[in-house]
Design a protein around this ligand. Structure first.
Ligand code: KE4
Length: 432
């Protein structure tokens, strides 16, 4: 049996936090609401590891929900930040570092000819929706059940991530008038999208989706789905938008759009391009982006957008990722992990459906396949809840939700993967 974890200091700090901040957290999914036990309080992170305030070490597969793809606190990122710090933390004025990161993003991401930096993925998705509407003159948007595009009002309709984790119906405080323009379809269901276009002629500004879903667990596009969306949006004078906040620079250096060979009109990004500091971005064809203020009439702004620290962390992170062999290593390591997890579950006669692409993975405790959010919800979340705690006690930190993807990094070693698989074997046999 797994021995209990000493979490005394975590309990004290988290207990106090609950009186200071709603749920004791700065973001709901961190609250461990859908898994056993209380959150552990991190003290520090380095490479593939996190240490909690009681000194327990974990192999981390959340990686700050994506940014830590080169490993936490990479020495080259830290020293680049230290150098930039000497020159100040925020200018509120143009800075050459913005040019540098913009050039790297434009060079890497097929759809992006021009880019605007913001401070979070939510901001990027809010702005891109406004741009879709400004460019087309149409108000409606299609999103997919289980996809999460940040917490802006118009996206909180059948959303994934924390909304799904907490089983929220959709959030109070969001007026019907706002979400009336948000249409939804099941992921991987092209016919449903075609029907929405037929029912709403000349009214849909575009389709926004996670090209690989990481907010309903891990769901990959069926062959032809992304290509079909490209066609149906073009046929209807609507825009195709890939929300690559999570997949950007993770599925490949050019994102899911490069890997799957489907180029959207606009792309949102975040996480990895900030290297652990707050950054979001949206970009696309110059013809569309030139509508953004001050070159065009569509307003969007931000005090800390493009600040030198965040730009520095992003630049260094992309430089590290661009090095020869990065993605081959990530692909092989992550596949070894998922294959090991699947074998371990089957050895304990536990139903499992798992997949990975590059440095992103996920598994559901059900037979599968899982092609959309409805099917994802059939997974055994109670069993996942027990598994999560057992893995934590064995020093493995998994996303505290059955509806989140897992992330590996360049810092994870073969040994880390092997010990993780061993922990899964032991845990599966304990919950069988
Ligand atoms: P942020 O506003 O959290 O930076 O980004 C929102 C967002 C937009 N689009 C996609 C595809 C995303 O995955 C996210 C944020 N992802 C979640 C994790 N599933 C952030 C974690 C959290 O909410 O604490």
């Amino acid at each position: 049996m797994t021995d209990a974890l000493n979490t005394k200091k975590s309990e004290e700090i988290f207990g106090a936090a609950k009186n200071l901040m709603p749920g004791g957290v700065s973001s709901p999914v961190r609250a461990f609401k859908s898994v056993e036990g209380d959150p552990i309080v991190f003290d520090r992170v380095k490479g593939p590891y996190a240490w909690d305030v009681d000194g327990n070490r974990y192999i981390d597969y959340v990686g700050s929900w994506g940014p830590a793809i080169c490993g936490h606190a990479h020495p080259e990122v830290i020293s680049a930040l230290q150098e930039t710090l000497e020159k100040g933390t925020s200018f509120g004025a143009p800075c050459v570092l913005e040019n540098k990161l913009a050039e790297m993003v434009i060079d890497a991401v097929p759809s992006v000819e021009m880019v605007r930096f913001v401070n979070s993925g939510t901001e990027a998705c809010m702005a891109v929706l406004r741009l879709m509407r400004a460019f087309t003159g149409r108000d409606k948007v299609i999103k997919f059940e289980g996809c999460y595009h940040g917490h802006a009002d118009m996206f909180l309709v059948k959303a994934g991530s924390g909304v799904a984790t907490l089983g929220l119906p959709d959030s109070p405080g969001v007026p019907r008038s706002t979400t009336a323009n948000t249409l939804t379809a099941p992921y991987n269901d092209l016919e449903a999208v075609k029907e929405l276009f037929a029912e709403n002629p000349d009214a849909i500004s575009g389709v926004i989706l996670e090209p690989v879903v990481g907010n309903a667990g891990f769901i990959t596009p069926e062959p032809g789905f992304l290509e079909g969306l490209r066609e149906v949006t073009q046929e209807n004078g609507a825009l195709l938008v890939f929300d690559e906040v999570m997949t950007g620079f993770r599925i490949s250096y050019g994102g899911a759009q490069e890997r799957f060979g489907v180029t959207p009109d606009l792309t949102t990004m975040g996480k990895v391009i900030g290297g652990g500091l707050p950054v979001g971005a949206y970009g696309g064809r110059k013809e569309i982006m030139s509508m953004v203020s001050p070159s065009g009439p569509m307003y969007q702004a931000g005090t800390l957008s493009g600040n030198p620290l965040a730009m520095t962390a992003g630049i260094k992170t992309l430089e590290l990722l661009k090095q020869e062999g990065s993605y081959e290593k990530l692909e092989a390591l992550t596949k070894k992990l998922v294959d090991g997890v699947i074998t371990a579950a089957k050895e304990s006669n536990i139903a499992i459906y798992g997949q990975s692409i590059s440095a992103m993975f996920g598994f559901y405790l059900c037979e599968g396949p899982v092609r959309n959010f409805e099917e994802a919800k059939s997974a055994d979340t109670n069993r996942f809840s027990k598994l999560h705690r057992l893995m934590l006690q064995k020093g493995i930190y998994l996303a505290p939700s059955a509806f989140e993807a897992g992330f590996t990094s360049l810092a994870h070693s073969e040994d880390d993967i092997n010990s993780t698989i061993k922990a899964f074997q032991e845990s599966f046999s304990e919950i069988a």
